[in-house]
Structures are given as structure tokens and as C-alpha cells.
Ligand binder design. Structure first.
Ligand SMILES: [Zn+2]
Length: 215
């Protein structure tokens, strides 16, 4: 994707996240590969204060190219794009249900077959680390192994995809499932699908080419 198109596409995702109520003032951030480096939302960025020109360009190691201050979570974005070459875009939010579930520090289990769409039998919760640190980036990379998204303990969620649209869709699906799981928990203990059934579902997802299964 060319530079300007990518900047517009990132802003598009920021607007969509806000319209869904996933970001509160400026709590989320979005990045993608473009032009041999990485473009990322600026610190404190939201749809009201961010223009395409304010999107920050980084090299693959996170060094700012051409000015601007990147999102405080640039470590997490650049580490994920380095660790998973098949991914081209990353979306991080503090969407309500994901935050709530992340505070339990438990994975989203196989309570619904769509959990298989994230690559396995669950969506892991990354161990807690302070926001904006390289340690949080490491924790997220660990939790994303063979998955397209993870929860971040006492923080929120992060998703990656082959495209910005894919990372956004994964974000929306995870928030929806997290909300549904928390709703089910209020009425009892949800029955979990067996590993065999989740494998069957995973194969069907694979057959339909849904999602990104990082190697
Ligand atoms: Zn955050």
C-alpha cells in the first residue's frame, strides 16, 4: 500500500473503532506496514486530532522517521510485526468486554465455536506488564503464538491481520465474543466445546480461508 493510502486507511480504522465505542478519547492505536517501514497512530491520537500527516512513520525497529511522536505502545506494534512476518497490521483497543475479561487474567475459552477463528482452542490472556514497555510487547508476542489476537492482562486486547480490515474484523469479533462469554458467565458455567470439536471447526475455518494463522 502506498504511504498516503495507508495513512488514510489507518485513520479509517480509528474512526470505525470510535464509532463502535471501542476507544475512549485516545486509548487505542493502529499500525500497518507501508513503504518498507511501519505507520502508526500518534500518541494521544484520535479521529478529531489526527490527520494523515500526523500518522508517524517508524523503521522496523521502532525508530521515528521524519518526526512526530508515535503511540506509547509502539513497542508492542513493532515487536508483533517483527515476530509475525505474515501479519501486516495491528489494532490495539481498550474495548469494554475485553478489558473486563482481561482483568480476570483468564483466556477466552472454547465456549463458542467462533473462538476457533482466532487460531486455536482459546484466546490467551498475556501476562501483565506495564503499558508502553518492551516487556508488554514480549508478553503480547508470546500470547499471540498461533493466534490472531490476545487479551492483555488488566489492560485490553490486541489483534493482528494480513490487512487493516482483517485486524479490525478480528478486534470486533473478539469484543463480541468476550461480551457474550461474560453474559453467559452471569447465568452459570458455560459448557465448553471439546478439543476435538474445536479442531473440526478449525479445519472448516481453514477450508474457508478465514483468518490469519501465523506460523
Ligand atoms: Zn492500551
Amino acid at each position: 500500500m502506498d504511504d498516503f493510502k495507508a495513512r488514510r486507511a489507518i485513520l479509517d480504522v480509528v474512526v470505525k473503532l470510535e464509532n463502535k465505542g471501542f476507544n475512549h478519547v485516545s486509548t487505542g492505536n493502529v499500525s500497518c506496514r507501508a513503504g518498507g517501514g511501519i505507520l502508526i497512530t500518534p500518541t494521544g491520537g484520535n479521529s478529531a486530532n489526527t490527520t494523515p500527516e500526523r500518522i508517524v512513520r517508524l523503521d522496523d525497529d521502532g525508530k521515528v522517521i521524519g518526526g512526530g511522536v508515535p503511540s506509547s505502545e509502539w513497542h508492542m506494534h513493532t515487536s508483533i510485526l517483527r515476530a509475525f512476518p505474515v501479519a501486516n497490521a495491528v489494532v490495539h483497543t481498550h474495548a469494554d468486554a475485553c478489558v473486563a475479561l482481561s482483568c480476570l487474567r483468564k483466556p477466552l475459552p472454547a465456549f463458542h465455536y467462533m473462538v476457533a477463528g482466532f487460531g486455536g482452542n482459546d484466546v490467551r490472556c498475556a501476562r501483565y506488564a506495564t503499558f508502553g514497555t518492551a516487556d508488554l510487547a514480549l508478553s503480547a508476542v508470546e500470547a499471540l503464538r498461533d493466534r490472531t489476537a490476545c487479551l492483555l492482562a488488566n489492560h485490553g486486547m490486541i489483534a493482528m491481520g494480513k490487512t487493516l480490515e482483517a485486524a479490525l474484523n478480528t478486534t470486533i469479533k473478539l469484543e463480541t465474543l468476550a461480551r457474550q462469554y461474560l453474559t453467559a458467565l452471569q447465568s452459570g458455567e458455560p459448557v465448553l466445546l471439546s478439543p476435538e470439536e474445536m479442531e473440526r471447526v478449525g479445519r472448516r475455518y481453514g477450508n474457508y480461508g478465514v483468518g490469519l494463522l501465523p506460523g
